[in-house]
Design a protein around this ligand. Sequence first.
Ligand SMILES: Cc1cc2nc3c(=O)[nH]c(=O)nc-3n(C[C@H](O)[C@H](O)[C@H](O)COP(=O)(O)O)c2cc1C
Length: 172
Amino acid sequence: MAVLIAFYSLTGTTRTVVAELARHLRADIEEIRCERYGISFRGWWRAAADSWRGRLPPIAPATHAARNYDLVVLAGPIWAWHPCPPLRAYVRRERADLPETALLLTHGGSAGQQSLDALQAWVGKPPKARVTITAAEMKSGTYADTVAHFAQTLRPKPAPAPVPLAVDQCAG
Ligand SMILES: Cc1cc2nc3c(=O)[nH]c(=O)nc-3n(C[C@H](O)[C@H](O)[C@H](O)COP(=O)(O)O)c2cc1C
């Protein structure tokens, strides 16, 4: 199963989580690049305001074609109670080419489920799985267990063992 993880990260948390997930799934990684936000008071203010208003920022062209994969994991942080705008811009641009998806959001501890719902609505179809990871999980290190479990739910299920034929069926 070919897996692509498309992610945006401003301060590095989602990047750390994605590296762990990619190790489990042997996935390719597409970093969504966006110049509009930076690590400064002004940059954070702009990030929160854009997220709140639903503004779509410009993002760099993708380096991996989503349509070449069986599964695309969409990952990024929550800003101002919504998935971050660069992730939204990516979904808007790639939506027609997205195969099955899975959703992963990192956050400080609020608006996790409502943000997953919003991301799912942008994608327009139910994901194979979805998960949030909090700052507390990052701090305690338990995020690694959450990621391992998430990866497990995304792996293809092994085909059922063939049912042995009864002797009279073999004889024809
Ligand atoms: C502008 C801004 C707004 C944020 N808004 C929220 C929020 O509404 N709820 C929340 O739980 N965390 C919020 N956070 C915290 C981030 O979601 C969290 O730190 C995330 O893991 C950062 O991911 P990153 O390091 O990959 O950029 C916000 C962070 C920033 C910079």
